[in-house]
Design a protein around this ligand. Structure first.
Ligand SMILES: [Zn+2]
Length: 304
């Protein structure tokens, strides 16, 4: 059973409907129909339509203010999409570009999202353009199934991000080090999250490589994953089933990367200068349930 229900005015649809919002696209399905009602659209115009309750196809159990914002944005978008004026004033200025359907949908969703956000929060983009002050830095995997803003129902401006294959924090990687430095010294980040995830393809590749002969890496990907492959070798996972071995490697990888963040110069410098409001956390995202799990290995100035 869906745990959260949003009501929106639509015209008698019955199939699931994909909705775009600031944090992605989710599927809603109508689950109840009531008599026609007068609905005031976000732009102020009133229309008479049948009212249909929409249930989110997924069932987030934990609610907070951000999740409410997220639903609000979705609902606004939904109302907008079914506004009788919508199709008249909605023109795609990008139609002259030749695109396949994947890209066309992406741009179309972007147009609809911009319209929805403008209706729900007219000052949003103007405020957004003036600067950012996110409190969270997310260091995660590139995997498309772990989109930090979607799974935390965050808005643009909430999370500073660096993602790479298998969420590696290599001590000699200027890309991630510059992100951490900028996040800590300029942006004012308070929480650095190192986030691994179950069924990580990078971890699986390392497990497979670790069961073979030791050989110098010959591709960029193998070079990138060499430290994780060494970690897999050191864990002695040969007796474990593949799912258990991946889970163990994913978790151990997060522990190692948390240590790498803790030892990174900007983080050490911040703590040594007496900064109290900077923490490093280790999390694992569970693809099967959608839950973020805290490994309980948080470090901060109090642990120094
Ligand atoms: Zn991954």
């Amino acid at each position: 059973m869906p745990s959260r229900v949003a009501t929106a005015a639509i015209k008698g649809a019955s199939a699931p409907i994909a909705l775009s919002c600031p944090t992605g696209t989710r599927s809603l399905r109508p689950c109840a129909i009531s008599p026609p009602t007068v609905v005031t659209q976000p732009c102020g115009i009133q229309v008479t339509t049948p009212s249909v309750s929409l249930a989110l196809s997924s069932s987030p159990a934990r609610t907070n203010r951000r999740a409410s914002d997220y639903l609000f944005f979705q609902e606004s978008f939904y109302n907008l999409r079914h506004h009788h004026h919508y199709h008249q004033h909605h023109h795609h200025h990008r139609q002259s570009i030749s695109m396949d359907t994947t890209l066309a949908k992406l741009f179309s969703n972007n147009d609809q999202w911009v319209d929805a956000v403008n209706k729900a929060d007219p000052d949003f983009f103007e405020k957004s353009a003036q600067g950012q002050s996110p409190k969270v830095l997310w260091l995660g995997c590139s995997d498309s199934r772990v989109p930090e803003s979607v799974l935390t129902a965050s808005r643009p401006g909430d999370i500073f991000v660096h993602r790479n294959i298998a969420n590696q924090i290599h001590p000699d990687d200027d890309s991630v080090l510059s992100v951490i430095t900028y996040a800590v010294e300029v942006v004012g980040i308070e929480h650095i999250l190192v986030v691994g995830h179950t069924n990580c393809g990078g971890a699986l590749a390392c497990l497979e490589a670790a069961s073979g002969k030791i050989a110098p890496p010959t591709t960029p990907l193998a070079r990138w994953l060499a430290p994780l492959t060494s970690l897999a070798r050191s864990l002695d996972l040969q007796g474990a089933s593949t799912p258990k071995a991946i889970r163990k490697l994913v978790e151990e990888n997060v522990r190692v990367q948390v240590a790498n963040v803790v030892n990174a110069t900007p983080v050490r410098a911040a703590w040594e200068s007496g900064r109290k409001n900077l923490w490093v956390h280790g999390l694992v995202y569970d693809l099967e349930t959608g839950r973020l799990n805290d490994l309980g290995i948080t470090q901060g100035s109090f642990t120094r």
